[in-house]
Design a protein around this ligand. Structure first.
Ligand code: PAF
Length: 281
């Protein structure tokens, strides 16, 4: 079983041995309730690093007041068994009081990229993500950190954060792991009822269709319109946003044919909001 580290000093003692002999530390930050997408990050870290550390921490400051913090799925026992199966060395599993002791008041503001797409529907979400990830990087002192590309906006924002703040960690983006029917793996899929679960693959089907037929659309507006039409056909689906943005910095796409761009979407099925994306060109 991986070693469980509850305190910051436990993590520092553990990593100091690896640092002493110049070994590479790979880190996978998570909120637990692990699925194969999370494990894929660790498998990649296992190949590239000498030591693999996960964190499991449901970060309260990235949830809005009306979001699912209290009912966010938690399964430490199951998580540890899964992490053991891929050869994880240690898991940082702090209490909230360790991460946010009384008087905590310093946050990282990721700028405009944090206010678009998911940031528009979830004000303050990315401020919570950047703050906790920066703290985790400072605690773990990893060389490489692994993130799923399902959360592409998060990955782009965190890349900007490490550049802007000169944090010496290399971020590795790992391709989205999907169920057999194309639905991107997510801890939130467990909230879907039978009907919603049966409808949710429309997201990846739509993204795949738009990518395949990209040359047939006159421009991005037409591509977005087509995606909206396809998803609206499903009764259970309520679109939050569908947008095409520049892959590098999430800016608006000016030259649809030349710039490398991504279609991002967020769609609600009942109370469950799912996100997905695809690199189009
Ligand atoms: O992607 C997630 O699970 C979370 O946003 C992260 C990166 C672990 C920060 O809490």
């Amino acid at each position: 079983m991986p070693k469980i580290l509850k305190n910051i000093s436990d993590v520092r003692d553990f990593t100091s041995l690896y640092n002493l002999v110049n070994r590479r530390i790979g880190f996978v930050p998570t909120m637990g309730s692990l699925h194969d997408g999370h494990l894929e990050l660790g498998r990649r870290a296992r190949k590239e690093c000498d030591c693999v550390i996960y964190s499991i921490f449901v970060n309260p400051i990235q949830f809005g007041p009306k979001e699912d913090l209290d009912k966010y799925p938690r399964d430490l026992k199951g998580d540890l068994e899964k992490l053991d199966s891929i050869g994880t060395d240690a898991v940082f599993f702090p209490d909230e009081s360790i991460m946010y002791p009384e008087g905590f008041s310093t946050y990282i503001d990721a700028g405009e990229t944090a206010n678009i797409l998911c940031g528009r529907s979830r004000p303050g979400h990315f401020r919570g993500v950047t703050t906790v990830v920066c703290k985790l990087f400072n605690i773990v002192g990893c060389d490489q950190a692994y993130f799923g590309k399902k959360d592409m906006q998060q990955f782009i924002i965190l890349n900007k954060m490490v550049r802007d703040l000169n944090i010496p960690v290399e971020l590795i983006g790992v391709d989205t792991v999907r169920e057999k029917d194309g639905l991107a793996m997510s801890s939130r899929n467990s909230y879907l009822n039978k009907k919603e679960r049966a409808s949710a693959p429309v997201l990846y089907k739509t993204l795949g269709y738009i990518k395949k037929h990209l040359s047939e659309f006159a421009g991005q507006e037409e591509a977005v319109q087509k995606a909206k039409e396809m998803i609206s056909e499903v009764k259970e689906a309520e679109i939050d946003y569908i947008e095409i943005r520049n892959l590098k910095d999430l800016s608006e796409v000016k030259n649809f044919r030349k710039e490398k761009h991504v279609m991002f979407l967020a769609v609600k099925f009942g109370k469950t909001r799912l996100i997905d994306n695809i690199i189009l060109n």
